[in-house]
Design a protein around this ligand. Structure first.
Ligand SMILES: *Cc1c(COP(=O)(O)O)cnc(C)c1O
Length: 226
């Protein structure tokens, strides 16, 4: 299948999954994860109408950005070392992996005065040791404390589901993230509207959509993989 055909399939899946649970498909953003693929493949995705690009390394992302000009919104989706923050500021529009206070502090330090970075707080819902992210019980306090760094705007929560054979098994993790998001959103914190949910990848985005994902991050099923 061409990227165009895969893009059409995923768009149809978004509509179908949303319809199944009575959601508005216009609330869903598809992030094409291009971390495994070439500049040319990323360009092809943009040409097909992809609006959001996800990368997990600053250096390879910068190469793509330089080649592709100012097309698309760029999402940093990988774990981010504090010393790499300056490469993210001014280039990426979203950060999906805010997982510690020192990162919030560094972001605040590097962002231009008066500007904010759209951040997702990464949550390790499944509790697997190999996964980064905050424990669910620590998220509320973390978000309250992030207020000390006004350049950080918490627009939502992000998780990576455990890798399982049957995507259905990811559902409890996604549901738990949504419940946590709802609790925080209900507090109407000015620095943390927390209306968004970044969850769902190639193998489990349909389940994530049924559970309320507003940003799905799709690599291999859209642009090819490892
Ligand atoms: C690589 C990656 C993805 C995309 O994974 P696929 O299974 O190829 O769709 C999504 N999110 C994060 C954080 C990733 O690192």
């Amino acid at each position: 299948m061409t990227i165009e055909e895969k893009f059409a399939t995923i768009k149809a899946d978004i509509v179908a999954s949303c319809k199944k649970v009575g959601r508005d498909p216009d609330r869903v953003h598809l992030v094409a994860v291009t971390k495994y693929v070439s500049i040319e493949t990323a360009r092809e995705a943009l040409d097909c109408g992809v609006d959001h690009i996800g990368e997990n390394r600053v250096d390879s992302a910068v190469e793509k950005m330089e080649a592709l000009g100012d097309r698309g919104s760029w999402h940093f989706i990988g774990s981010l070392q504090s010393r790499k923050v300056k490469g993210v500021v001014g280039r990426f529009h979203y950060l999906h992996s805010l997982d510690r206070m020192s990162l919030a502090k560094e972001l605040h330090k590097r962002m231009p005065e008066g500007e904010t970075m759209n951040c997702f707080v990464q949550v390790n819902v499944s509790g697997e040791e190999s996964k980064s992210g905050l424990a669910p019980r620590d998220v509320q306090a973390f978000i309250k404390e992030v207020r000390s760094y006004p350049a950080v705007r918490v627009i939502g929560l992000m998780t990576m589901a455990p890798f399982v054979n049957d995507p259905e098994e990811t559902r409890p993790s996604f549901r738990k993230l949504r419940e946590l998001r709802d609790e925080i959103a209900a507090q109407q914190l000015e620095h943390a509207p927390c209306t968004e949910l970044s969850m769902g990848m190639s193998n489990d985005y349909r389940i994530a959509l049924e559970e309320g994902a507003t940003f799905i991050r799709v690599g291999s099923a859209l642009v090819g993989g490892e």
